[in-house]
Design a protein around this ligand. Structure first.
Ligand code: AMP
Ligand code: GLY
Length: 425
């Protein structure tokens, strides 16, 4: 099989590594890719994920058998539909199904209509009504831009002042662009957060092992929200009891609801859950693999990923049993200091060769590129996802932090408490 991955972050590197293990893979391509992916696949850095015509031409030129669309923006904008119309076999939800992530108002209304447990909410399409509502709302309260906002369009407001400022940012000053034309105001929930990724073929859902992301930039969950600063898998808080509840009330009902709405979902659904004292609730859906969840989940999956992808496309997922190693993984993101607000890039990354030949260690590239002299340099806020596997979470954590010392670049920054919750469990 000749496979093209669309995307260029740590998630796509982890998907590429997983595909390289498949005996069915003949050739692997990636657009735009990055310096890490370029070691195992042919990349075309000049093609952006939103350049649909160029992606179609590239796929034709390379005689691609399967296109795997990983990031949210092209999924929400209908890249899967465009590629299918051009005759390609594609993994990922069509535009009408990717709305599960692309519009928070849509997903909240879906959950309400089909009684899927989630936080109470109201939706607003103008700032005046939102402000009037907030005058009498209980605090803290959560404001969410309806559309895609790089994982940053959620504001948790502790005071009425903060809430008023949030409405200004989202709906009036449009900090998240058109994503803020509509805003969801949501009840604040407390509890442990868990991410569960699942393969879906339109009717059957097969969940992967659980994971937990760390979204805030600083230790102790302080500072601004980021795309994710690190992750561990499995989550010790995701018990058998929680799993049974979610299967019954969340996973299958979501897939069935999408089918009932005429929006058959094929691809990966990411269930962002919060375990409240009243039971698990859905915080958000993503219509794709998570980043950095993928880095800690796929490295533990025993199945051939191409078999699973085929089953999703062909509607045979009921024939597949997903299997995961009975171990744990931790990913620590090495970021550019100042991320997500402002940071410099273009610094040389040294020490990458130290990961060579070490089975349980992975250095997934997120923001890296090859410069004119062929050196690997930083090229984004999140630079590398240093990942390690071990028998226990504590040992995986120790190994991941050990490996963060192997690599260096001028403005290297990381959180020091990724997976610390494990030690408190
Ligand atoms: P989301 O992108 O919707 O997952 O939101 C980003 C983060 O905001 C989540 O991972 C939570 O930490 C937090 N969050 C979102 N919604 C709520 C809520 N209703 N109550 C408390 N925290 C929330
Ligand atoms: N790690 C969260 C996300 O991928 O949206």
């Amino acid at each position: 099989m000749r496979v093209l991955i669309v995307g260029g972050g740590g998630r796509e590197h982890a998907i590429a590594v997983s595909m390289k293990k498949s005996s069915r893979l003949d050739a692997l391509y990636c657009v735009p890719g990055n310096a890490g992916i370029a070691q195992i696949a042919e990349c075309e850095p000049s093609i952006g994920v939103m350049e649909f015509d160029r992606i179609v031409s590239y796929a034709k030129e390379k005689e691609i058998d399967l296109v795997f669309v990983a990031p949210d923006d092209p999924l929400a904008a209908g890249l899967v539909d465009v590629l299918e119309e051009a005759g390609f076999r594609v993994f990922g939800p069509k535009k009408c199904a990717a709305i599960l992530e692309g519009s928070k108002a849509f997903s909240k209304d879906l959950m309400k209509k089909y009684h899927i447990p989630t936080a109470g909410y109201e939706t607003f399409d103008n700032a005046e009504d939102a402000l009037a509502y907030l005058e009498h709302a209980s605090l803290p309260i959560v404001l969410k831009a309806d559309g895609l906002a790089l994982g940053k369009g959620v504001l948790i407001c502790n005071t009425l002042e903060e809430a008023r400022a949030g409405v200004r940012e989202i709906m009036q000053e449009k900090h998240f662009g058109d994503a803020g034309n509509v805003m969801v105001v949501e009840e604040f929930l407390t509890g442990r957060e868990v991410s569960v990724l699942a393969f879906v073929d339109g009717k059957t859902v097969r969940t992967m092992t659980s994971a937990q992301d760390h979204k805030r930039a600083g230790d102790g969950d302080k500072g601004p929200n980021t795309g994710g600063m690190g992750c561990f898998s499995p989550s010790p808080f995701y018990t058998r009891e929680v799993d049974e509840y979610c299967r019954r009330y969340i996973y299958q009902p979501t897939v069935d609801a999408m089918a009932a709405e005429g929006r058959e979902f094929k691809g990966v659904i990411f269930f962002g859950l919060i375990l409240t004292s009243e039971g698990p609730r859905v915080l958000e859906y993503n219509a794709r693999f998570g980043d950095p969840e993928t880095q800690v989940v796929l490295c533990r999956m025993k199945n051939d990923i191409l078999d699973v992808v085929d089953a999703c496309i062909d509607g045979n997922l009921d024939k597949i049993d997903l299997e995961f190693e009975d171990n744990a993984a931790v990913c620590v993101v090495l970021a550019s200091d100042g991320y997500p607000v402002s940071y410099k890039k273009g610094f040389e990354i040294t020490g990458l060769e130290r990961f060579g030949g070490k089975g349980d260690y992975y250095c997934f590239h997120a923001g890296s590129r090859l410069d004119e002299q062929g050196r690997v340099v930083t090229n984004g806020g999140r630079v590398l996802g240093v990942t390690a596997k071990a028998d226990t979470l504590a040992e995986a954590r120790r190994k991941a932090y050990e490996a963060t010392e192997w690599v260096d670049f001028a403005n290297k920054y990381m959180r020091r408490d990724i997976g610390k919750a494990i030690e408190e469990a």
